[in-house]
Write a new protein. Structure first.
Length: 385
């Protein structure tokens, strides 16, 4: 009951918001309908009176309905009262039906005007959903359509912006080593070296810069490939202990050259998981490469644990702390904590973005934590994908 009262109250509030012309049209509609119902009422009363009390010259006199049906004057008065009450109810219902019908036409015109307003580029505008009947559902559907269209436009804009940023960053990162390669090859072309040792040095620098460009192109290709949602994973069930031990063995020499030790800690030892081993190896490649370049650690721990219904893979090192403001940006494409893009440590800035994409393909999540004692990259995967 309260809901219906609120509905009528809302409808009355909307009627009061009509302009003078529209309100006058409703009043005229109500007046004409009421006048028509009054004429129908008096016409019916006149006809019934003629049938029950015909004059001597009327044809209905021969029917003698009143005498044949045994209708008394009291019954006539009572019947007229009942008929008057029924006509009053029917008239009120009919007037309301006509007003609602006319009001729906007015709302429909408003709806079309607002649609034209939105179509003109005012995409922030929304149509009121407090409309009569199904027009409210139509307005709701239109608003949802506008919202989804805006979301699609925003997504398209972000895709275009991402593409432009990708081209700009790749161009920048390629231009720097390429300039060095061209410079040193130019020195060799012009024979601007004093001895064989200097010649070998120029060739070595050009080779290193070429390797940087190859690394960038490889990472860029991998980044594009893992961002292709049609990319299929080659799932296989593997022993985590065996997998991490193999990873540690592959990077042992490089770690020793940097005075680092790699430790593997898996509990329970028989723990298995279903992953794409090749892509997950790429994840560890990027995480370990970052640790080698930036952490200045002495120990790296590859840890695996079962936490609730997840397998938690952790790559810990006891190196430099990552600043809090940088933690939230680590997995952003082309982000590097150091501001200068030095040739010694500055990678492509795609490594951790690739890590995040591969983990997401495995329906997992990855994040980082860092304090003065250690920095941890945590990967959480479902036990059964």
């Amino acid at each position: 009951m309260a809901t219906r009262f609120q509905k009528y109250k809302a409808q009355w509030r909307m009627i009061r918001q009509l302009d003078a012309h529209e309100f006058n049209r409703l009043v005229i509609e109500a007046f004409i309908t009421a006048l028509a119902m009054i004429m129908i009422y008096f016409g019916c009363v006149f006809l019934i009176g003629k049938l029950l009390n015909p004059s001597p010259t009327d044809f209905a006199r021969t029917w003698q309905l009143k005498e044949r049906l045994g209708i008394t004057q009291d019954m006539v008065v009572w019947g007229r009262s009942v008929f008057t009450f029924m006509m009053l109810i029917i008239s009120l219902w009919f007037i309301r039906w006509r007003l609602v019908r006319r009001y729906r036409h007015i709302e429909l015109r408003h709806l079309l005007k607002e649609l034209d307003y939105i179509a003109d580029g005012h995409y922030e505008h929304r149509i009121s959903e407090n409309l009569v009947g199904r027009l409210g559902s139509v307005a709701l559907s239109i608003n949802k359509l506008v919202d989804s269209t805006l979301a699609a436009m925003e997504e398209e804009r972000l895709v275009e912006q991402t593409k432009n940023e990708l081209i700009a960053n790749v161009s920048h990162d390629i231009r720097t080593p390429l300039t060095s390669v061209i410079g040193y090859l130019g020195l060799l072309e012009d024979k601007q070296y004093e001895n064989e040792e200097e010649l070998a040095q120029y060739i070595h620098i050009a080779y290193i810069k070429s390797q940087q460009m190859k690394k960038l192109s490889d990472n860029l290709f991998e980044y594009i490939r893992v961002h292709n949602y049609k990319e299929n994973l080659n799932y296989q069930t593997i022993s985590i202990n065996h997998f991490l031990t193999q990873i540690a063995a592959e990077y042992e020499v490089e770690a020793l050259n940097l005075n680092m030790q790699i430790y593997v800690d898996v509990h329970p030892e028989y723990l298995t998981m279903r992953i794409d081993a090749e892509k997950m190896a790429r994840v560890y490649d990027n995480l370990l490469s970052n640790a080698f370049k930036y952490s200045r650690a002495t120990e790296i721990h590859l840890i695996a644990r079962v936490v609730d219904n997840f397998i938690e893979l952790r790559v810990e090192n006891n190196g430099d702390k990552i600043h809090a403001e940088a933690l939230g940006k680590l997995f952003t494409r082309f982000f590097r904590e150091e501001q200068s893009r030095s040739s010694q440590t500055g990678g492509t800035g795609l490594g951790l973005s690739i890590v995040e994409s591969i983990v997401h393909l495995h329906q997992g999540q990855v994040y980082a934590e860092s304090d003065c004692q250690k920095t941890v990259f945590i990967i959480r995967l479902k036990k059964h994908i």
